[in-house]
Design a protein around this ligand. Structure first.
Ligand code: G6P
Length: 613
């Protein structure tokens, strides 16, 4: 949610800032702007819309050749997308320039106070109070001004600032929203995530909550905002990333989404790599070793997440309860924190998050921790806030996911749930034979996905046939119920078509009233323990004239008499079916979205990393 990048070094800042903005654009893309220090003044250029519009505007300007600057791509919260609301924002004198990601909750009262003190505001944003507060407290030292400003604000922030009067430094600070520093050759890049840093360096430092940083020609200095301690010690703080730039590029695919769909055999293999001890039906999860004994005594599990990660969690619930026999409850993170969850020391809390930065998921984690749960994370982004705040966890290792609609993170989350289930179940009731079988079936998943991906041309034809329908149901039972929810979400997100996911058995309790020849249903009808029941639900729709697309197993010929179109997937054990069955739904949504001419990597109104509540 909003992308920030800052550059300080010996290269021209502008092209590097633009390159960084393009990589961060998935975080928000309703407006963008830059501020670069150039020969005694700060030049700022802003534009509504995508970064390429900003780029066009910048192309018309010459001489913006400074070596220090900051830039921002926005997802609007306070104030509509417009040039005047685009970041960076500045103080009255246009000396101090700030980019911010997050929400300043008490901005209204601060703004009123600043206006009374004579400050003139130019935007409707909450962010603009920051440069004015810094102006108010500026005593010739930018970091002091930032610290004083931050003392007065409440809320979440990642903030970077530069000043005309101290052009040799960038100051920044973080609380809840992410900020990462790339340490290059005689240069620093500070950004909301590593994708904007990878082209310059793999050496990164994750800024902590409640920490500010000053980067300058003389090096780097960290300030602990609560303890008021200063440190220049980088040892132990610098990490070397194992993500490479190709993983953050399209590599010949027309969209990141398609690339990420096709990457799934590999991303799942990466999630599983080195973790299965197949012969013993066991799993080795380094991130859970330290809490292994505690986990053997756990009596209840709560899982919390948002969006696609929430649907993966629903499948995780079915898996854990069926295989490990531990009661599980799953909550939307945005609900969990506002109800009164019952937690004791025998409760484990699992938070699932691709980005590791989702504000609601983070808040739910903090709530569970506060109440004494053992907290675990299933997180893709190494070093993210959630990864760092959980007691233990399992990284996805799925590589960066850039497409706003989550695809490979979902199948990786399901795979990690399967590993955790194996871990917990073998501590409890699962036999060696069953453990071994689960491990073997998991190992076969990447190959089976490759088989499904080969059917992409058929799925594209089905997409062409159905692309003009205005409504869809996605229906599945048991493990495929969360798959139906995820399939509907994918279509909504990138095609802007109304789609609802239901447990197939629920349709007759109301929604079936909507069925007619213009309302297609996509059934996930693989041959499992609820297959016969699902077929009955298909009959109910057919009897009412609704068009039907079915996903079923290769070799199932009988279903053809009931449905209009069929997508075939290989067989696996029931618990792992969601990993395979979601792939055709991702492709269906992708093709319908692109056929409608939408920018599927950056669907309207959405952002990849939602760092506001
Ligand atoms: C946003 C994204 C979704 C994602 C959700 C949770 O809404 O658009 O794709 O599933 O956030 O994100 P997380 O990073 O916590 O998995």
């Amino acid at each position: 949610m909003c992308g920030i990048i800052g550059y300080l070094g010996n290269k021209k800042a502008l092209p590097l800032l633009i390159d960084g903005l393009e990589r961060l654009e998935y975080r928000g893309y309703d407006s963008a702007g830059i501020a670069v220090y150039c020969r005694g003044k700060i030049v700022s250029i802003k534009s509504v819309g995508r970064v390429n519009l900003l780029k066009e505007k910048i192309a018309a300007r010459r001489g913006v050749d400074g070596v220090i600057g900051i830039a921002h791509t926005r997802w609007a919260t306070h104030g509509k997308p417009s040039e005047k609301n685009a970041h960076p924002h500045c103080d009255c004198k246009k000396d101090i320039w700030v980019c911010h990601n997050g929400i300043i909750e008490n901005y209204k009262e601060l703004k009123d106070w600043l206006i009374k003190r004579g400050h003139k505001f130019r935007s409707e944003t909450d962010t603009e109070v920051l440069p004015h507060l810094m102006e108010e407290f500026y005593d010739g030292n930018l970091e002091n001004a930032l610290v004083e400003a931050l003392k007065r604000i409440r809320g979440a922030y990642a903030v970077v600032a530069i000043s005309k009067n101290e052009p040799e430094k960038i100051v920044a600070a973080k609380n809840s929203s992410p900020l990462i520093i790339g340490v290059g050759e005689k240069e620093y890049i500070i950004a909301s995530d590593v994708s904007a840093i990878l082209s310059r360096t793999k050496k990164v430092i994750y800024l902590n909550d409640g920490e500010a940083v000053v980067m300058g020609a003389g090096g780097i200095k960290f300030l602990d905002l609560s303890k008021k301690k200063v440190s220049t010690n980088l040892s132990g703080r610098t990490q070397v990333l194992d993500w490479d730039l190709t993983s953050a590029q399209k590599s010949g695919y027309p969209h990141f989404m398609l690339k990420e769909i096709f990457e799934q055999p590999e991303s799942i293999a990466n999630s599983l790599r080195g973790r299965l001890i197949t012969d013993d039906g066991l799993v080795k999860l380094g991130g859970l070793e330290a809490v292994k004994d505690q986990l053997s005594g756990i009596k209840r599990i709560l899982i919390s997440a948002c969006g696609t990660a929430f649907y993966a969690s629903l499948a995780g619930e079915y898996m854990i309860e069926e295989k490990a026999g531990i009661p599980v409850e799953v909550d939307l993170a945005s609900e969990f924190r506002y109800r009164r969850p019952i937690i004791d020391k025998n409760t484990a809390f699992i938070v699932v998050s691709q980005s590791g930065e989702t504000a609601d998921s983070l808040a739910a984690l903090r709530e569970a921790k506060e109440k004494g749960a053992l907290t675990l994370g299933i997180v893709n982004t190494v070093g993210s806030t959630i990864a760092r705040e959980t007691d233990a966890g399992v990284y996805n290792h799925a590589g960066p996911e850039i497409g706003v609609a989550s695809t490979k993170a979902f199948t990786s989350q399901l795979s990690i749930f399967a590993l955790i289930v194996l871990f917990l179940a073998r501590q409890r009731q699962m036999s060696l034979a069953e453990g071994k079988n689960l491990a073997l079936e998991l190992e076969k998943i990447p190959e089976k996905i490759k088989q499904i991906l080969k059917t992409a041309p058929q799925i594209k034809k089905i997409a062409a046939k159905y692309k003009n329908f205005k409504n869809f149901f996605f229906l599945g039972r048991k493990y495929n119920y969360p798959v139906a929810l995820e399939g509907a979400l994918k279509l909504k997100e990138i095609s802007y078509v109304h789609a609802e996911g239901y447990g197939a058995g629920e349709l007759k309790h109301g929604p079936i009233a909507l069925i007619d020849k213009n309302f297609p249903s996509v059934f996930i009808a693989t041959e499992n323990s609820v297959y016969e029941k699902t077929i009955s639900n298909i009959e109910e729709i057919k009897a009412r004239g609704g068009p039907i697309i079915a996903i079923t197993n290769i070799g199932n010929k009988k279903i053809a008499r009931l449905v209009d179109d069929i997508i075939y997937v290989p067989k696996t054990i029931e618990m792992l079916e969601p990993i395979l069955n979601v792939i055709p739904l991702q492709l269906l949504a992708y093709y319908i979205g692109t056929m409608k001419g939408h920018d599927v990597d950056k669907p309207r109104n959405l952002a990849k990393s939602v760092t506001v509540e």
